[in-house]
Design a protein around this ligand. Structure first.
Ligand code: HEM
Length: 474
């Protein structure tokens, strides 16, 4: 690519590491955004081993992500070592096509449809874990709570139900192990991240050890999944969880060749969906409650609206009720704009030489759709740093689409869990705000609050450690 004179502009780097030494080590998306303001909506940058283009104009990002040539993920050696090219998120080619179709079909089977009937068992399952969360919070008696641990238990429980067809008591040793692994795994993955761009770092014991520990966690998780599979009997035929559907597909195709429905793929797929579904929604919900605590006027307005629609005897706000409160959806959109859990974007790779916005982009180039830059661009958002949910509403109070809003990205590889995530976030968000007055623990200085809202970036962007006080209001 050095000979290619028609590459997008971009900063110079140094041999081997490229531009890495100049990236903010804890918030790389902020440096990448500053570079976007300097070099424009498409620029090139060398990140260690990987040559990348960074895109930040929403229309060109959508157009680029929709192209077949960008439907693959970057080939990271360390990810291949851990995932062995199985699962869904990091797969390529025929395996990806087949497994994505299978997962999208499973989501339809359990009732996740964009415009369909929302009064399904699925909603009852979410409401059930929301009710347990609320009962738990009622007992906190205004004691400050670490929302990360709490939501991991309940959202994790819901995801286990739909993925494994399994409900574990909170103190079950397997479930406790998987939860600890989820928390610990995020930290380990962030330690291992530099390896994806600089595989040479593998010679340093700290990195080797981290990768070995991640692999050990993967193997133990698969052991738990395999035991669950072995213990499932005839009931599987009636079940709709992902594991059951996969097992039925394995039986149906056991004499066929040229497919990927085998036990190894099943284990990687189940853990991929658990990982993709839990950490993202837990952290988005934590951001939501944090900003509710910091914006009492919005919280009060929401509570009055929720009081009006909550007419059922059970005191539950359901998806039907939520259709009448555009402000709630606007708050969820605004939090995903202001603090997207994937601020740098999830990278894709160019699988053959192509032209993007008049530039020649060679095969193998990594493409970063930079969510942080799009979500904080003054051209599209007035006062982008301020939490202002009503920017997603018109003067008549209706929701409006914003082209620069892309938390799930776009195109053939966009997130498969967008609708499900919204349902989880609406049901948890609405019912918690309806039941409790939310505030941040007392006595924090402005600087401490800024540190919390600035967040910590690992696999996802989460608020820095903080506690929330839940005061019962109904
Ligand atoms: C707030 C919640 C969530 C956010 C912000 C989010 C965001 C994303 C993003 C940015 C991508 C990359 C898409 C691309 O390359 O264009 C992605 C991929 C993916 N997400 Fe989500 N996600 C969320 C929740 C979920 C949930 C609940 C599930 C589980 C059903 C899920 C499953 C996946 C899968 C399987 C992929 C990989 C798709 C593929 O490579 O074909 N996500 N997500």
């Amino acid at each position: 690519w050095y000979c290619n004179k028609n590459l997008p502009p971009g900063p110079w780097g140094v041999p081997i590491v490229g531009y890495l030494p100049w990236l903010n080590p804890t918030k790389p998306y902020k440096t990448l955004t500053e570079l976007a303001r300097k070099y424009g909506p498409i620029y090139s940058i060398q990140m260690g081993k990987h040559f990348a283009i960074v895109m930040s104009d929403p229309i060109s990002v959508r157009t680029a992500l929709a192209r077949n040539e960008l439907a693959d993920r970057t080939n990271f050696e360390v990810i291949n070592e851990i995932m062995q090219e199985h699962g869904l998120i990091f797969t390529r080619g025929e395996l990806w096509k087949e497994q994505r179709k299978f997962v999208c079909n499973w989501l339809k089977v359990i009732g996740v449809t964009k415009f369909g009937d929302k009064k399904t068992d699925l909603q009852l399952n979410i409401v059930d874990v929301v009710s347990s969360t609320i009962s738990n919070l009622r007992q906190t008696n205004k004691r400050p709570i670490d929302t990360g641990k709490l939501f991991l238990v309940y959202i994790g429980d819901f995801v286990n139900r739909i993925v494994l067809g399994k409900e574990w008591p909170e103190d079950d040793p397997n479930w406790t192990y998987l939860r600890n692994l989820a928390e610990d795994g995020s930290k380990k993955f962030s330690i291992a991240t530099p390896l994806s761009v600089l595989p040479i770092l593998k010679i340093i014991p700290k990195y080797r050890k981290t990768v070995s520990e991640i692999i050990e966690g993967v193997l133990k998780t698969h052991f738990i999944y395999k035991t669950l599979m072995e213990n499932r009997g005839k009931e599987v035929d009636q079940c709709k969880d992902l594991m059951a559907l996969f097992m039925k597909e394995m039986t149906k195709r056991k004499n066929d060749i040229g497919h990927f429905f085998n036990e190894k793929q099943c284990c990687f797929l189940l853990s991929d969906i658990f990982g993709a579904g839990v950490e993202t929604t837990v952290n988005t919900l934590r951001w939501f409650l944090l900003y509710m605590a910091l914006n009492k006027d919005v919280q009060c307005e929401l509570q009055s609206l929720l009081d009006l629609v909550c007419t059922g005897d059970d005191g539950i706000i359901d998806l039907e009720n939520i259709e009448h409160i555009p402000l709630l959806k606007a708050c969820v959109y605004e939090i995903m704009r202001l603090r997207p859990v994937a601020p740098s974007g999830i990278p894709r790779v160019v699988n053959k030489d192509i032209t993007i916005l008049g530039y020649q982009v060679p095969k193998g180039t990594m493409v970063l759709p930079l969510q942080w830059a799009m979500h904080h661009d003054k051209k599209y958002w007035m006062d982008p740093e301020i939490f202002q949910p009503k920017r997603f509403m018109d003067d008549d109070g209706n929701l409006i689409n914003k082209k620069a809003f892309m938390p799930f990205q776009a195109g053939k590889r966009a997130c498969v869990g967008d609708t499900l995530s919204y349902w989880i976030l609406y049901l948890f968000g609405a019912n918690i705000i309806h039941n409790f007055n939310i505030s941040l623990e007392d006595g924090l200085s402005e600087q401490e609050i800024n540190t919390i809202t600035d967040g910590e970036f690992g696999i996802t962007l989460s608020p820095a450690k903080h506690s929330i006080v839940f005061e019962t209001r109904i």
